[in-house]
Design a protein around this ligand. Structure first.
Ligand code: ADP
Length: 325
């Protein structure tokens, strides 16, 4: 195992009768942007907190750079955590916030100020080193929190819903900043989110979780374009699920052609949503269920359909993607 590689082996967390994480196995190579994605309560935060050492492990192992860190204290694991609410100390200046954990480790004042200064430069906050957190915007506070987490030189940075407190505009900007920092640092980021868009935009490795287990681990394109099972297909969105003789299949909504001819699956148009570049059509296909088609806006408006129109749906057989039950 190379330096910076992380491995979880049969990692399990139980709280009384609740199994929050059920024997998950996962390998995350050094330098990966990894997102833990899933609905609320699926076990993402418990997994992250066990990696951070903020939660005891019920059974299984956490191995980082070949060392078993399952029971090591948080400050000795080579991991660092950035919290959702940033948790900056309100009475300390920006630079003292960043230098705080070095002070706890007994690092001398000039050395810790120099190191904190380097990190403030990395996150472009040098000009505000002497301000208090309350004098910063949300995005600036986040950059300081990031610098503070990175000051201990972690091999892995853990981020628990780091963007959820930001407004949508800032969220997208900080999202690309996070990715930029991760690339520049070359360390692994493990980022918990319940947002599909966030995971697809950021991650080299997306881990889709549900009910305390990993449903699929793969690239963003894998989990979106080739979902393994019905849960992943529904959760990632953008797919229709059809029950065929051979089991369930997924067909992407943007692969469904909507026509007025006779050939294809008959359906009635029950809803139209204009999304800008595409138009989302809700279709009632009788026994085949409710389906969704996404059509390019130009194609839709060249011959617009009206609610209640009878249409036919077709797609290439090659676009049917078999799902595990
Ligand atoms: P997520 O981060 O995906 O929302 P969590 O890891 O927080 O999921 O929670 C997984 C499950 O464990 C949930 O059923 C939750 O209620 C339960 N749980 C989490 N933390 C505790 C705790 N400290 N005590 C008891 N149950 C907990």
């Amino acid at each position: 195992m190379a330096t910076g590689d992380l491995e979880l082996a049969a990692l399990t967390k139980r709280y009384g009768d609740t199994t929050a994480v059920d024997a998950i196995d996962l390998k995350v190579p050094k330098g990966t942007y990894c997102c833990l994605l899933g609905p609320s309560g699926c076990g993402k935060s418990s997994t992250l907190r066990m990696i951070a050492g903020h939660e005891t492990v019920t059974s299984g192992d956490i191995v980082l750079s070949g060392q078993n860190i399952t029971d090591a204290p948080p400050a000795r694991r080579g991991t660092a955590m950035m919290f959702q609410n940033y948790a900056l100390f309100p009475h300390l200046s920006v630079i003292d916030n960043v230098a705080f954990s070095l002070k706890m480790k007994g690092v001398g004042k000039s050395e810790r100020r120099a190191r904190a200064g380097e990190l403030l430069e990395l996150v472009d906050m040098s000009a505000r080193a002497d301000r208090l957190p309350s004098q910063l915007s949300g995005g600036q506070q986040q950059r300081v929190a990031l610098a503070r987490a990175l000051v201990t030189d972690p091999q892995i940075l853990l981020l628990d819903e780091p963007l959820s407190a930001l407004d949508p505009f800032l969220r997208e900007r900080m999202r690309s900043e996070l990715k930029g920092f991760q690339r520049r640092l070359g360390i692994t980021f493990i980022h918990v989110t319940h947002s599909q868009d966030e995971a697809l935009a950021l991650a080299d490795l997306v881990i889709v979780m549900n009910d305390a287990t990993i449903q699929q681990a793969g690239t963003a394109r894998d989990v979106f374009d080739a979902p393994r099972n019905e849960f992943v297909a529904r959760f990632m969105g953008g797919h229709n699920i059809l029950q065929k003789d051979g089991g369930p299949v997924a067909v992407r909504a943007d692969r469904i052609a909507v026509g007025r001819g006779k050939a294809g699956l008959g359906a009635r148009l029950s809803g139209v949503e204009y999304l800008g570049t595409t138009v989302k059509l809700a279709l009632d296909a009788g026994a085949a269920g409710d389906l969704t088609a996404l059509v390019p806006d130009a194609a839709f408006f060249s011959d617009p359909l009206s609610l209640g129109d009878e249409v036919t749906l077709s797609w290439d057989a090659a676009d049917e993607h078999q799902l595990a039950g």
